[in-house]
Design a protein. Structure first.
Ligand SMILES: [Zn+2]
Ligand SMILES: [Zn+2]
Length: 81
């Protein structure tokens, strides 16, 4: 899994730390953005290098592509006969 800042391509190091509003310090990529102190899920993550915020999932660059056809058919409402 490649993890990098969508804005500047910085790759987070294992020693990088993010701080929650509850003052917990942890590596947010160890927990997919969930604070181990209070359980808050951070949907946006600030970059330690450029300081800009990006949606957490945009940091992951090896996610499999979403199958749009499958997603659409799954939400299709069955027609009444
Ligand atoms: Zn950055
Ligand atoms: Zn917290």
């Amino acid at each position: 899994m490649k993890i990098a800042c969508p804005k500047c391509a910085y790759e987070p190091r294992p020693h990088d730390r993010w701080q929650c509003e509850c003052m917990t310090l942890w590596n947010t990529f160890d927990t997919q953005g969930r604070c181990p102190g209070c359980g808050k899920v951070w949907r946006h993550t600030a970059c330690p290098r450029c300081g800009r915020w990006s949606p957490h999932h945009e940091w992951y660059h090896d996610l499999p592509p979403i199958d749009l056809e499958e997603a659409e058919s799954a939400t299709e409402i069955p027609a009444k006969g």
